[in-house]
Design a protein around this ligand. Sequence first.
Ligand SMILES: C[S@@+](CC[C@H](N)C(=O)[O-])C[C@H]1O[C@@H](n2cnc3c(N)ncnc32)[C@H](O)[C@@H]1O
Length: 256
Amino acid sequence: MAGDSVLPEHVRRNRARWNAEAPSYVAGAERAWARAEPTWGVWRVPESQLGVLPKDLAGKAGIELGCGTAYVSAWLARRGVKMVGLDASPAQLATARRLQREHGLEFPLIEADAERVPCRGAAFDLAISEYGACLWADPDRWIPEAARILRPGGELIFLVNSVLFTLCVPAENGATGERLLRPAFGMRRLEWPGDPGVEFHLSHGDWIRVLRQNGFDVEDLIEVQPPPSATTSYDYVTLDWARRWPCEEIWRARRR
Ligand SMILES: C[S@@+](CC[C@H](N)C(=O)[O-])C[C@H]1O[C@@H](n2cnc3c(N)ncnc32)[C@H](O)[C@@H]1O
């Protein structure tokens, strides 16, 4: 991967943030790698309830953009996808590599910026991102890259915080409430107090525009509702809130 000095400022900051954060993601990664069925988001809603993944996965070529510890890639690889995991953080990839060895499931892991993917064009049938590049990279840079590396008819799937959640979550501590805390207009690049990272949160209109302008047709927007018995280790949203409003959303778009 390019040296830090030539990376965009937000990529450099997010890479450092995730290198520092990586140890606290190890235990969750171990549990996720051990899970047979994919689950989605902080409430771990099972794939059988959400139907996020295409049915005909076997033999497809896939890439995870911002794979972190690569458990999503592992779930797809077990379903017959020829996966590549890409992440900017060497520390996150070190966890992914160890878990690959422990599970006997090897696939290429690339240390790179999702805004400049070192792969040829039209190489993949599926690009996926779960709170990865889709949250931490600039959509005006990573969406064109996803479009470039996908074949016509290829699918882009990504999971992010919902717009409503982003408007209502407190900037510092505490769970999401029932009040809008920041304007929706102008929302895009967000920096939270005490967090060295840089996030990107788009309105639905802006997501649709950036996807369409880069050659994607939007096929679905799944607003994730956890089941009544769901649990999470995150304290920024309660089950009561997430049962009434979507706190996460999953976009599915197809390359024209
Ligand atoms: C919350 S983790 C999500 C990944 C995975 N689902 C997990 O939980 O292990 C976010 C990941 O995005 C990666 N990331 C952030 N910006 C990136 C960029 N521009 N290119 C590639 N990866 C990036 C970080 O290094 C981090 O590993």
